[in-house]
Design a protein around this ligand. Sequence first.
Ligand code: NBX
Length: 844
Amino acid sequence: MGVDHLAHKELLWKLSSTYLPNDVASLQRSLVRHVEYTLARRRYKLDTSSFYQATAHSVRDRLIERWTDTQQYSAKKGAKKVYYLSLEFLIGRSLGNAVSNLGLRGAYAEALRQIGYDLEDIMSEEKEPALGNGGLGRLASCFLDTLATQNYPAWGYGIRYKYGMFEQRIVNGKQVEFPDYWLTDGNPWEVERLDVQYPVRLFGHVREFQDPDGNTLYAWEGGEVVMAQAYDTPIPGYGTYNTNNMRLWSSKPSHEFNLASFNAGNYYGAVEAKERCESITSVLYPNDATEEGKRLRLKQQYFFVSATLQDIYRRFKKNVGRGSTTMKNMPDKVAIQLNDTHPAIAIPELMRLLLDIERLPWDEAWEITRKVFAYTNHTILPEALEKWPVPMITELLPRHMQIIYEINHRFLLEVQKMWPNDTARMSSMSIIEESSPKMVRMSNLAVIGSHTVNGVAMIHTKLLKSLLFPDFLLMWPEKFINVTNGVTPRRWLLQANPALASIYTGMVGPGWVNDLKRLEPIKTMAQDPQFRQRWRAAKQTNKQALAEWLYRSMNIRVDPNALFDMQIKRIHEYKRQLLNVLGIVHRYAEITQATPEQRKTMVPRVHIIAGKAAPGYVMAKNLVMLVCAVSEVVNSDAACRDLLKVVFVPNFNVSLAEILIPASDISQHISTAGMEASGTGNMKFVMNGGLIVGTMDGANIEIEQAIGEHNMFTFGAKADQVAAIRRKMAHDPPKIDPRLHRAMGMIRAGIFGKPDDGAYNQLLDAIDPRKDVYLTAHDFPSYLGAIAEADAAYQYEEKWTAKCIEAACSMWMFSSDRTIREYAAKIWNVEPLPFRPPRHHSER
Ligand code: NBX
């Protein structure tokens, strides 16, 4: 009897031809089924955490059907795909995002309510994956949300760190880091793809040989081979069936490797080797703005890049040989975006594949490579620019070192042609820094190997061109462009701020979620007292919720009628949390000396500061200590009772940001001008109806343009003044502001304690007016001016509300939807590919 494949296929198709039903009763059945069969638990004994698992699995089923269909569809269409390569993705919690993007929030809430559970409670059981440091990682996740929502065929590639960003606790007033093992309860959002594994080589040597035609060829051999294991997470779009993929790699030992050592009788050696393999993806490096140059980090980067390129390459090669597609067509099908230089080793890696495996001639390989890659720069801070010692790359990646030298050699010939005998230019543009040891400058490599380089805000791109890459700009004026950052309104408005979201939907319908421009007309409502009243009520709801959260989780009472002022971001000298603390100490002094009459004129304030300090960054850790100490003293001083509270909220992460941001009246984005590439928190705060105290830096400048000068409290030196101010202070130290003098005096006197290690003095010494690198002392007077302006404005409630409304409804350009459209048009040359479900939806 012959096998009837067609009949089998038809039957299979029929069996899988409907999408799961989404009515309340069906959702309940699905929840109970997962409790019984996935968790293998008795229904009546369940806590919320088990019910979180069951709910997640039920939602996951619904994601998977759209996800597999989307992927099949785009494969069939052979569309060009975007690959976003990032060593970090700060995805935040998935359950709320998934039910919201699937349009099933209401149905799940009802299904759960009827069986005695609260969706919000269940959502807060989820442990968020903290696979990133800060803005760069969160930006990557906002981009994935938009790419799916706008139906772009796009995959995110990253690393599945076993330990994410450390958990920050405050112990005896100091930051202490705890390991973040986020996988304890499993991860229902990922699918382990046991059929997707690639070998990744490290170390070894390069063998040179001749082909029959006498051409010299190279093979990288020996060393050790580890396996990259794929884990896939569906990324649902909002209001579309399109569901993209985020593929994260985990390292594990290869079988051969394992067996060989075990069989050789070297049991302990084999176990050690296994541990070494697994260590590659074990931990995220918690350095957000300084490079450590650790060998394991380079291993991580290459491991990630090698697995990713093999995967992309395999997908693309399925088309080669089909029709007229050849390797040359790779740039028509593949666009790779490098999220900073962290994955820039992908440039020599693709060259290696094209030269050594495909055996293409150099020029052809180079043309393909340059057309495939584009590079986003996120910083101009010199200490954050990645450099790797030549000996380290030579040892770990010998063939790549050869290729880098060859890229550099050919590039320097071009430089020599353009500027004959200009050795200064040659050495500054070279990929190799002639130091001892020699270093590979990853940013130069990324610029040379990409077709487009972008900065992330207008001022940042300007500085990138003028300070970091001026010579490259002369060589390739078209290569450098700006794409200002943006954030997703799905997570940062719709999910984080239901109170405000429902006002928006009530005014303009639900379409604003995917088209923030639709909020513009609401600006005129700023003149309507009733509307302002509703707006304030929404803000009040959020502030109340935060006040309750602070009481529940930190046992701190704050007055929800006070002005809520927040600075929440990584702790760094350039972000100047110290300026904020000095301002608070100044306010404290004023309060303690105020007459009852003066007290009446003061605005009651709650200052919230949150953020992590890199474990090895002494100044940042000192700052955390100081904030905690100030908070202790201020909060227990009766004089401050109704006027000032200071709270350091530990363990800042995405989930916490979702609680804090909607509750803010003022947020501070006060970096030394020219140092914050963009900032993205600033955008989230204004969208949520808060106003900014900020410097003319990063995206603040564009935000001010969009919302109007009168709606922002700006201060401080401008970027183009900073260098001159620094030069001048060295030989002509400015007079210190008396208010700053007093605040510093209070800290030095020990009002906030005297740590043995002189931590506070160290902070204060660094802002000595003669060597005030970050211009903290310099900007202090104008900072107090901006804060005073904000206080004054806050007292006119109606006017204040009007400002917030105007500002929030002018923010459309800071949606990542706008950002991604620019990337798609100016860099990737890709089109949306909306997918309509081939399967019947039983509900629709
Ligand atoms: O990227 C940040 C910038 O500081 C922000 O101004 C910008 O808004 C954001 C998105 O463009 N950079 C950042 O977050 N960097 C890192 O997290 C980082 C991580 C690892 C590392 C270096 C930097 N080795």
